[in-house]
Design a protein around this ligand. Sequence first.
Ligand SMILES: [Ca+2]
Length: 446
Amino acid sequence: MLKRNIVRKHIGLCLVLCLLFPLFTILSSPIKVEAATAVSAIFGGGPFVTGGQTVMNQLKVSGFNTVIIWSVHPQPNGDLYINDVLVCQNGNYVGDSAWATAWQSLKTGTTSVTRVEISVGAWGCSDFENIQALINANGTGSNTVLYRNFLALKNATGADAVNFDDESLYNVNTTVQFGQMCAAMGMKVTLCPYTNSNFWSSVKSQLGSTVDRVYLQCYDGGASNNPSSWKSLMGMNVIPGLWCLHSGQGDSASSVQSKLTNWKSSSDGGFIWLYDDLMKLSSPNSTADYANAINSVFTSTPPTSNNIALNKTATANQYVTNETPAKAVDGSIAGYGNGNSKWCSDNTDSAKWLKIDLGQTYSISRWVVKHAGIGGESTSYNTRNFKLQKSTDGINWTDVDTVTNNTSNITDRTVTAFSARYVRLYITAATQSTSNTARIYEFELY
Ligand SMILES: [Ca+2]
């Protein structure tokens, strides 16, 4: 509990101090990608409040599918703060309207995010003590200030669940009543234990299916936690969490992937603590790299037997009538004059490109291009210089592999496995000569 407790202690103190000194912030600047069905969650503090739409836009393409804002602090009078910001009072959302709009955007449009959670509690805070006093005084009915304020926060953020991060009170009765209150307003409950398994298993047992996720802290005070043991205690798979690199400590993305692989049989995914630290990192430990590390453990990837580009959506910088982008992914190499199953681009664009939307994220480790010669055309038309590019949003591209001075009819390349939904063939020299016409009979991905 050391490191995290230090962080949390600051935030706990902040809860007290920030009411007087509204100066406390945690922040910085962010990063990018696409999600799988297993849980890939990211906790965040200050940047989720102060980062505005920019942070939301980066989360949407991060590859994380669950975003958890940490943390909500109920006050003795029922007011709700997020970190040091008053957000709900007397049943109304009273925070910044732009912030609520940004949060509501997380699950809309092109995004990897499918779920939003609000996390209550932290080490060194009196949040659950305050909840206990409010419930003891007023109950949990829909007319109580606690209910009305949480409902207002749910509506403002689009939250699907409330994450319970009690690290001090550990009162089963209070926690169960509060959980039932959250369920009554249409939210799930998730638990975030690092210790005190008796308490958490009692809460799970009494709340039943209202609890649909257990985020197990496997860092800091929970560093010795065994997901398999906790799975048995809780009666359900857990979602182990690790702390990203920070201050020369923590887990790299590849270390996250390795640990989660070992825990896979007890897990429904993984989570990363903490976006505030993550946003200071860069590749190979970017936000997207961490999301990919989690997603890749739980994405079953059909190995190399199938061409995943086959009949997927293809677009291009330009094409000649009847020689459409789709003909580069139709599985046919019917030759020129005999079906002519190629994409051809002959305008003046200096770079030609063919973009494939795979419809979902795949892990890819091999790519194949079949050039003009395969269709019986002059090999002088074979593509000379080109690259394989990947993207998680179909807009921003990263080079994966580069081919120069190709003369062959077929290019068949193996690359380090990468995850992407969008892949692009990017051509910088279309032929062996000065002719600027690209002719691609087939573009394949495995
Ligand atoms: Ca074809």
